[in-house]
Design a protein around this ligand. Structure first.
Ligand code: SF4
Length: 364
């Protein structure tokens, strides 16, 4: 294939770093670009060219695609299963073609996500690697994702208590820089251990009982901070320890639908699509662990997460754990979310004081 290929794909948090590195290994000699960072313009572009009724991940992806095409991309990737997202690729491709863009569209969703089909598509695009080599790249990518998610998890719980502001962010950026380069499994193992140790050595001033909030809900809204107004950072600024299990590693390796339904403890009888069951299981687990509150986030119009709201309400009553439900779309007011978050943080702080006589712990 003589044409210079320029690959790109939509954003979701920092995952573009690892995906870019993976594509770079699969297609040596071709260009891989991350879509320009998601901004208000991205959302406006996506909203302008998306049907009204779709949920916001569709719109964000559309905006990312358009900006990537403007930046020179000519091969776009799409993936996704579990809800109507699995049908979005075909619609997005058609809209982009109607807008006059020329590109190849790799849609690994629904029926297309079979190993032999993926292999054929990669080879047709000029991937020179054997099946075995491709599997090696996939395994290293999976390990990179695990390392990245493990560090993120630790940071969420502790960043609100760091003594030197910016210490965790610096470490995170350092890791992302390393993961943006191809790595061997041995080197990845060293990175895993080294970064876990480095994170543990960052000084924090955290009491034995900080306020703890579990974040649950729709996967894209949880993992793309721009789409939720950087809610986790806002919680950290209020000295709250944040836990969120949802991550790409969780989706790839932690999801077990049948077991999850059992673990929902009768709050759900049937699966509800996407990650609805996970939201309930995680909510129940956080409640059992004595978390101070939960924040349930979803995109406006997300059916799976709407379906679980009655179960979450029952859980809230049974365990006496407050749940703040937040719904996001292109018109959501940032100030409105901040105000509700502030009120929620004050409320869980007051409940804590009432229950234990312990004030909010700003570090000790
Ligand atoms: S989980 Fe909900 S918000 Fe996410 S793509 Fe599916 S329907 Fe849309």
């Amino acid at each position: 294939m003589d044409k210079q290929l320029v690959f790109s794909f939509p954003h979701m948090g920092d995952y573009h770093v690892v995906i870019r590195s993976m594509l770079g290994e699969l297609f040596p000699g071709q260009r891989v670009i991350s879509a320009p960072p998601t901004t208000q313009r991205t959302l406006e572009l996506g909203g302008k060219y998306s049907p009204d009724f779709v949920c916001s991940p569709f719109k964000y992806n559309m905006g990312n695609y358009i900006e990537a095409l403007e930046a020179g991309a000519n091969v776009l990737l799409q993936t996704g299963l579990g809800c109507r997202y699995g049908y979005y690729g075909e619609v997005q491709e058609q809209i982009l073609r109607d807008l006059g863009y020329e590109f190849d569209f790799l849609c690994f969703s629904r029926a297309h996500v079979k190993p032999e089909k993926i292999y054929r598509v990669l080879r047709n695009l000029g991937c020179p690697l054997s099946m075995r080599e491709i599997l090696g790249v996939m395994m290293r990518t999976a390990e990179s994702l695990r390392i990245m998610d493990a560090l993120d998890y630790y940071i969420r719980e502790n960043v609100g208590f760091e003594i030197v502001p910016g210490s965790f962010e610096k470490l995170q950026k350092q890791l992302l820089k390393e993961l943006s380069e191809p790595q061997t499994m041995l080197r990845l193992e060293r990175l895993k251990q080294g970064y876990a140790r480095a994170a543990g050595e960052i000084p924090v001033k955290k009491s034995a009982m900080p306020l703890r909030v579990g974040v649950i809900g729709e996967l894209y809204t949880l993992m793309e901070p721009f789409s939720n107004f950087y809610l986790e950072k806002q919680l950290a600024r209020r000295n709250i320890s944040v836990s969120r299990r949802m991550s790409v590693s969780f989706l790839l390796f932690g999801k077990k639908d049948r077991i999850s339904l059992r673990e929902s403890g009768g709050y759900l009888k049937y699966t509800v699509g996407a990650n609805g069951v996970d939201s309930v299981c995680q909510a129940k687990r956080y409640a059992e662990l004595g978390y101070d509150g939960l924040i349930h986030m979803k995109s406006f119009g997300c059916i799976p997460e709407l379906n679980v709201m009655p179960a979450l309400t029952r859980l809230e009553q049974d365990y006496g754990i407050p749940i703040l439900h937040l719904s996001f779309d292109a018109n959501t007011s940032e100030v409105g979310v901040e105000t509700r978050l502030e009120a929620f943080a004050d409320m869980i702080d007051m409940r804590r004081k009432k229950a234990y006589g312990t004030a909010r712990v700003s570090g000790g």
